[in-house]
Design a binder for this molecule. Structure first.
Ligand code: PMP
Length: 288
């Protein structure tokens, strides 16, 4: 397996970063998770735009143009001859000293891993997921904005541990004042009386690329949609619930905290959106 590391393709066993890298020491950096479908990179430009926006938000200047970054992604995919891949693109503050000071880091570290995609088991898509509400609250946007896709994922990992301890795969994270934000690695949507609803990202959620794709599909297919602040009561009372993410795509949720959602099986709008999403991934992307 070839890894892109600071401008070069190197073998996996040679792809190492320094223990003084602030990405490792402090989670100081940003990343993207991108996916390809049959040699099409889904929404590459949108992912690169989000990466640079995240970098901007933490005052990290990426030493490549967006075009060069896209070329680096494509080069890595080609070198590994992968047609259906998961891409992890990481930019750290770089190598510094043991202090926090980002000025000590002279050059960001950039690496790109392209690997086979690891999916949720098929039965989760057919039967739906049972998830829980995390006790860990989502980061306060005024402290560390969840719209920044930073390397600091401890907040999400603590909520993931909540999920695991309850025997679930995913957990809903609430804001400090108990509005629904998102899940540990996915956005959340509900369907109520034919209308599609999802929390606005500024409550404390990543602006997911899959989320945007789903909103676009809903608009084109006449499914009423709006962003709305949601409480857990709204989610429990929903007709359908599903999660979206690059790896998960669109995954139905049929139970939350032991309560059945809707009919307890994947709903019609979720299935319609899944179908349309599948068509989109077959056409909407950068070919390599
Ligand atoms: N929220 C969080 C916290 C995430 O990490 C992710 C990505 N895994 C998402 C939402 C979904 O975003 P996307 O659709 O861009 O993958």
């Amino acid at each position: 397996m070839k890894i892109y590391l600071d401008g070069k393709l190197v073998e996996k066993h040679e792809a190492a970063v320094s223990v003084f890298d602030h990405g490792l020491l402090y989670g100081d950096g940003v990343f993207e998770g991108i996916r390809t479908y049959d040699s099409l990179v889904f929404r590459l430009k949108e992912h690169i735009d989000r990466l640079y926006k995240s970098a901007d938000a933490i005052q990290l200047k990426i030493p490549l143009t967006k075009m060069e970054m896209m070329e680096a992604v494509i080069m890595t995919l080609k070198a590994n001859r992968l047609t259906d891949a998961y891409i992890r693109l990481v930019v750290t503050r770089g190598v510094g000293d043991l202090g926090l000071d980002p000025r000590k880091c002279k050059r960001p570290t950039i690496f790109i891993i392209t690997d086979k995609i690891a999916l949720y088991p098929k039965e989760f898509y057919e039967k739906g997921l049972a998830i829980v509400t995390a006790t860990t609250k989502r980061n306060l946007p005024q402290a560390l904005d969840p719209r920044i896709k930073s390397l600091n994922y401890l907040n999400n990992i603590l909520a993931k541990i909540d999920a695991i301890e309850s025997g679930a795969e995913e957990a809903i994270m609430l804001t400090n004042d108990d509005y629904v934000a998102e899940c540990t690695g996915d956005n959340i949507f509900i369907v109520k009386d034919g209308e599609l609803l999802t929390p606005p990202p500024d409550v404390g959620a990543l602006e997911g690329i899959t989320r945007d794709a789903v909103i676009g599909i809903a608009r084109r297919n006449g499914i009423p949609f709006k962003e709305k602040m949601l409480r857990m009561e709204d989610v429990y009372a929903a007709d359908e619930v599903f999660l979206t993410g690059t790896a998960a795509e669109i995954i139905p949720v049929v139970a939350i905290d032991g309560r059945k959602i809707g009919a307890g099986e994947p709903g019609a709008i979720t299935l319609k959106l899944r179908n349309e999403f599948k068509k989109l991934t077959a056409t909407d992307g950068v070919r390599y």
